[in-house]
Write a protein that binds this ligand. Structure first.
Ligand SMILES: [Zn+2]
Length: 407
């Protein structure tokens, strides 16, 4: 590379997207090549590729045959990171237009939402992030009502429906006070103003739609507290339509399940949840009754004071209930294993009149298998890994307390 070429390589890259955010293809001269992060990196004299900045992710696309995987700002230069090397000095570039247009919808929608928050609630925009699926806006307000969110959303969509022009122009820094900018500019020198005609004025270097109508539906999805402010998730354009589509499908399915109108789903769900609670309560009462009868049966058949069993058809809760009923009905120690789908359970219980502390079995169990548990002297519950045979563990526990009961 000659001295002259080197100087050229340090010069700023002409940003074609400033003049026309809708230009999808371009021709350019390679002015610098190097490696960055182990990838081939190329600087051109001009580009349509938007570099990651201001909350907006970079464009993707192709330079010749090489895929552009990332675009970064290096001062006034724009660096394209490629998937493979390119040889030519002149190159044809094309950007991934659906991706870019999606970013333009989200970014332009953000300007309008930001100004709507400011106009209606004096909420200032503190940060913006355009994500792969969701965009977020941090607004300097402490709390918000559902109705205020609706007002902001309505205002934003009103501006969208009015199909206002979105203009971009440069003004010198010293004239910046002549424009009612929503936030003071972060850059010096020439300031690029993005104006949503008569509604919002922002200093911004991003790519935007020509008219607000192109942004499409603008929807706040949810919000949460962050650093004493609120962070809103929002979707614009195609993203909002896709979101609407799956949510609508889910609602229609739910309505069919509940045999209810879509609008009555919350009431139908509430009714179902309350019925479920009632049913659980009833079931619990029946389980307790059943455990009482089952305990009687087991005691009748048992010839020993130590009762052991490995259950495959009981929940840990049922096993515990049964063990408690047995130790209440007479002087017994109960060692139960319950096989679960992912983990096994142990329930060790003993009547308080027996000279036993079931907690003493914990170290014995943990010396054979990984798990956790605890309890009182008369009841211990343990959850363990499935790699140890339950019957073997129960046998070890049996031998241990059998010894103690002998003395
Ligand atoms: Zn912008």
């Amino acid at each position: 590379m000659s001295h002259q070429d080197k100087e050229q390589g340090q010069r700023e890259t002409k940003r074609l997207y400033f003049e026309d955010a809708y230009q999808k293809e371009f021709e350019a001269t390679v002015v610098d090549k190097f490696r960055f992060d182990g990838k081939p990196a190329v600087v051109l004299d001009q580009t349509c590729f938007y570099p990651e900045s201001g909350g907006q992710p970079s464009d993707r696309g192709f330079l010749g045959e090489a895929a552009v995987v990332q675009v970064l700002e290096d001062g006034e230069r724009i660096v394209h990171l490629l998937e493979k090397d390119i040889d030519a000095d002149k190159v044809r570039g094309s950007i991934d237009w659906p991706r870019r247009f999606d970013h333009m919808q989200q970014h332009s929608g953000q300007h309008i939402l930001s100004q709507s928050f400011f106009e209606l609630l004096r909420g200032e925009t503190l940060s913006f992030h355009l994500g792969e699926a969701i965009s977020t806006l941090e607004i300097g307000i402490r709390a918000i009502s559902d109705s205020d969110v609706s007002r902001v959303e309505e205002r934003a969509n009103e501006v969208v429906f009015e199909d206002r022009e979105i203009k971009t122009y440069f003004i010198p820094e010293e004239k910046v006070s002549s424009i009612p900018l929503r936030r003071p500019p972060k850059k010096e020198g020439l300031i690029r103003v993005v104006e949503v005609s008569g509604f919002d004025y922002s200093a911004c270097g991003g790519t935007h739609c020509r008219r607000t109508g192109e942004i499409g539906l603008t929807k706040v999805i949810k919000w949460e507290k962050i650093r004493g402010n609120l962070r809103f998730e929002f979707l614009c354009g195609r993203r909002a339509i896709e979101d609407y589509a799956w949510k609508n499908r889910a609602l229609v399915e739910m309505a069919a399940r509940f045999s209810a109108n879509e609008k009555n789903i919350p009431a139908a769900m509430e009714k179902t949840v309350s019925e479920l609670k009632q049913a659980r309560k009833k079931m619990r009462q029946l389980q307790e009754k059943l455990a009482g009868y089952e305990a009687e049966e087991i005691i009748k058949k048992s010839k020993e004071r130590i009762i052991t069993a490995a259950w495959t058809d009981k929940t840990p809760e049922e096993g515990k209930l049964l063990a408690l009923n047995i130790i209440k009905a007479g002087e017994f120690a109960v060692l139960y294993g319950i096989e679960g789908e992912e983990r096994n359970h142990l329930v060790f219980a003993s009547s308080e009149t027996l000279p036993l502390d079931m907690r003493e079995l914990l170290p014995l169990v943990f010396s054979h298998v990984q798990g956790k548990g605890g309890g009182s002297s008369s009841l211990v519950e343990i959850v363990i890994d499935k790699d140890k045979d339950l019957k073997e563990l129960l046998k070890l526990a049996f031998e241990s307390i059998n010894q103690k009961l002998k003395y």
